[in-house]
Design a protein around this ligand. Structure first.
Ligand code: ATP
Ligand code: PAF
Ligand code: BAL
Length: 287
């Protein structure tokens, strides 16, 4: 595997592959890799001739009081994991490589980006949409891989690709979990031992919601309230977003049980945010 830090070097390496008609899969990440990221890489390797992973902790998507400076980083370990998996190229630019000047041009997502996680992270999804567009422009992939764990992010990227006719396929990859059900996440390392044990409440809340719907709950607001109370019963957990939405449009919906609905959770443990979600209903029946 070759690692590049400049846009020009990555483009030079990919140009001959494109000329020879090889397909390129892109796996964008912020690094500190775990088995969830490696599942994206595995899928990309299965579908494409050449796979490019990217590691960039993107300042544009962090709010002023967020964890940009302390975001976990370990490039040598990440390189070894990607190399062992068979990834062909790693693009790991510095901030000056990606943003040599302040960005004048950005991709905004004013409606989808303002709700749910966006309501507690203003500007976050515009930062994501902008960097992902730039990574697409740099690598020119045929397919790009994103985790379903970041459901709103995946929905926004799908919408962006459609709205802007970006010439690639977006592939969503199911969430990889720890033994107790907690979704793998780079930020899990921030959790204290007590918080890590308590965090199992998050996937259990998804199970609880599924149980309530199976038991006949039909009202979205009542279900949100019940799930919020279930999470809040764990003293270390602060539920910030508990929302039932349309799985495709993320629009609010009133009733559950008659069609698949998205349950999206954003829960804080101390200073750490954890995300999870599940599509509940007929669409999810075989999961
Ligand atoms: N458990 C997981 N299963 C599948 N994909 C995942 C998982 N965790 C993250 N991803 C995906 O990996 C890509 C890169 O995510 P990122 O580097 O932000 O990792 P992360 O673990 O989500 O980090 P954070 O803890 O900062 O949210 C995203 O598309 C994300 O959805
Ligand atoms: C897609 C992404 C790499 C853009 O910075 C980031 O938001 C992430 O890791 O999910
Ligand atoms: N995993 C999404 C990237 C972020 O939280 O900034």
């Amino acid at each position: 595997m070759q690692t590049f830090t400049t846009i020009a070097d990555l483009r030079a390496a990919l140009a001959p592959h494109r000329l020879d008609g090889r397909t390129i899969g892109l796996v964008p990440t912020m690094g500190y890799l775990h088995v969830g990221h490696m599942e994206l890489a595995r899928r990309a390797l299965a579908d494409n001739d050449i796979v490019v992973a990217t590691i960039f902790v993107n300042p544009l998507q962090f709010g002023a009081n967020e964890d940009l400076a302390r975001y976990p980083r370990d490039l040598a370990r990440d390189q070894a994991m990607l190399e062992a998996a068979g990834v062909h190229y790693l693009f790991a630019p510095g901030v000056a490589d990606m943003y040599p000047r302040p960005m004048e041009t950005v991709v905004d997502v004013p409606t989808l980006g303002a709700e749910l996680e966006g309501s507690v992270r203003p500007g976050h999804f515009a930062g994501v949409a902008t960097v992902v567009t730039k990574l697409f422009n740099i690598a020119g992939p045929d397919r790009a891989y994103f985790g379903e764990k970041d459901y709103q992010q995946l929905a926004i990227i799908r919408r962006m690709v459609a709205d802007l006719a970006q010439p690639l396929e977006v592939v969503g990859v199911p969430t990889v979990r720890e033994a107790d059900g907690l979704a793998c996440s780079s930020r899990n390392v921030y959790l204290s031992a007590e918080e890590r044990a308590a965090a199992a409440i998050v996937p259990r809340a998804l199970e609880e919601a599924e149980r309530l719907v199976a038991a006949g709950e039909t009202d979205a607001k009542r279900l949100e309230a019940a799930v919020t109370a279930f999470i809040a019963a764990e003293p270390l957990a602060r539920p910030e977003v508990v929302a039932i939405r349309d799985p495709d449009t993320l629009a609010e919906i009133g009733s559950v049980g008659d069609r698949p609905v998205l349950l999206l959770l954003f829960v804080r443990f101390g200073g750490t945010k954890l995300l999870d979600n599940r599509v509940i209903g007929p669409k999810n029946a075989k999961r």
